[in-house]
Design a protein around this ligand. Structure first.
Ligand code: PMP
Length: 452
């Protein structure tokens, strides 16, 4: 597209890489040892690297491009909006912002019909927590171990993964609990039903011992993403809702990664039945990350807290026209083109069965889990002991080699510790899914070499 040629890409890539290494300070990284990949163009499910090679993007760029790369309707909507009105202050009204809020409100469960727009996921979490605290007059927030909620101050302290450790200065009022995860059960459970019941008992005990009158909110990802794509067992989310009702706690569902089609539903919490949280945080898939955007969808009783009293928070770019125009085009195209349904079908019909078949043949695969286009392979050194192929919070030659083998064969994966995440765009075709599974087969053979 746009005169892209491998030669031009190579030339640009060399300079981009050089300037990056000189001037860019990268996220979550030791700067000196980095060797980041150059991406020069993208289309649909594919990206092109600095050497002009095409790679199938099973990472969706941080689980972001739900609608695929360079969707023509979204690109055109951004261009149209840019030609008309690039930016306005947050206190003004604009059609892109208003329409985006309507389209989101129509899709959220229950009556979450008010939207506060943010710049991304972490600040959505910050604001959801602030709303919950002001609504309840309480300060503590309970969050899961094995979770990710963002890199800003409160969000990173809520996060239940090792990225919190160096950032945690003992933020007052954040308490972690274990959620359900049968494969590595904290509750010695052997069935999903047991895991769910015991995880709920543990959560209730946490509430009781922390003091219900001190707890503003429980935040959890409807399906934890970065921490391992653990689809909650039936009944768990309904149980959390009941506990929140019983103790007057605000239920925040973090749908930043799982929302907007990723799981084959508009919101992942819909898999839990009729569960309606009080606040939903979203970002990424809302406009497939084409322009930074996040937000909080708010239930009427929480919004009403600020009917006569000012909400003490705001952002210059809240509901930015370019970002919300992209959201309108993304949500509209997803609805018109059956993209959420495609994610469900690809998960059920192709990715799920394909990944399970790989697991049957590769001893390095301890567990396959997921839904829609949201899957994780938990790699182990030993299936019997479930010893992970990389330590919690770390990497290993086995994982590095497997990922490099996939990349050399034309497949980009999302990797975390001992897990390979298979998270392609929701628009993925059957042929592309099968192409990715074939390369994954090869990468898993490399990882098998590191098993006992
Ligand atoms: N919550 C969840 C569930 C996420 O997955 C992420 C990002 N991966 C965030 C919050 C933070 O979003 P952002 O990086 O846009 O701040």
């Amino acid at each position: 597209p746009n005169g892209w040629t491998p030669e031009a890409a190579r030339e640009k890539a060399a300079r981009a890489y050089e300037l990056d290494r000189k001037h860019i300070f990268h996220s979550w990284s030791a700067q000196k040892s980095l060797n980041p990949m150059v991406i020069t163009a993208a289309q649909g499910s594919y990206v092109w690297d600095g050497d002009g090679n095409r790679l199938l993007d099973f990472s969706s760029q941080m689980v972001n491009t739900n609608i695929g790369h360079q969707h023509p309707k979204v690109v055109a909507a951004i261009q149209r909006q840019a030609a008309t009105l690039c930016t306005i202050g947050p206190a003004f009204v604009n059609d892109a912002r208003s329409e985006a809020a309507r389209l989101i409100a129509e899709r959220t469960p229950g009556a979450l019909d008010r939207v506060f727009f943010t710049n991304g996921g972490a600040d959505a979490v910050e604001h959801a927590v602030r709303m919950a605290r002001l609504h309840t007059g309480r300060s503590k927030v309970l969050a899961r171990y094995r979770s990710y909620h963002g890199g800003t101050d409160t969000a990173v302290n809520l996060t239940g993964d090792p990225r919190r450790w160096p950032n945690d200065h003992g933020t007052a009022g954040v308490v972690h609990f274990f959620g359900p995860f049968l494969y590595r059960s904290q509750f010695h459970a052997t069935t999903e039903a047991e895991e769910s019941e015991r995880a709920l008992q543990h959560l209730e005990q946490t509430i009781v011992f922390e003091g219900p009158s001190t707890i503003a909110a429980i935040i959890l990802e409807s399906v934890p993403g970065t921490a391992g794509i653990m689809v909650p067992p039936p009944g768990y989310l309904a149980g959390v809702r009941e506990l929140c009702d019983r103790y007057g706690i605000v239920f925040i569902a973090d749908e930043v990664m799982a929302g907007f089609g990723r799981t084959g539903k508009w919101f992942a919490i819909e898999h839990g039945g009729d569960v309606v949280p009080d606040l939903i945080t979203f970002a990424k898939g809302v406009n497939s990350g084409y322009v930074p955007l996040g937000g909080v969808a708010i239930a009427p009783h929480i919004a009403a807290t600020f009917d006569d009293r000012p909400y003490p928070g705001g952002l210059t770019y809240s509901g930015h026209p370019l970002a919300t125009a992209a959201a309108v085009a993304t949500i509209t195209a997803m609805a018109e083109e059956g993209i959420v349904e495609n994610a469900a079908e690809m998960g059920e019909g192709v990715l799920g069965p394909g990944l399970r078949e790989l697991a049957d043949r590769h001893p390095c695969v301890g567990e396959v889990r997921g839904v829609g286009v949201f899957w994780a392979l938990e790699l182990v050194r030993d299936r019997a002991t479930r010893e992970p192929l990389a330590p919690y919070g770390g990497s290993s030659p086995a994982m590095t080699e497997a990922v490099a083998a996939a990349k050399a064969a034309g497949l980009l994966l999302f990797v975390n510790f001992n897990r390979l995440h298979v998270v392609p765009p929701c628009t993925i075709s059957e042929a592309e899914a099968k192409e990715g599974l074939a390369i994954l087969d090869h990468a898993l053979t490399v990882a098998d070499g590191h098993t006992v």
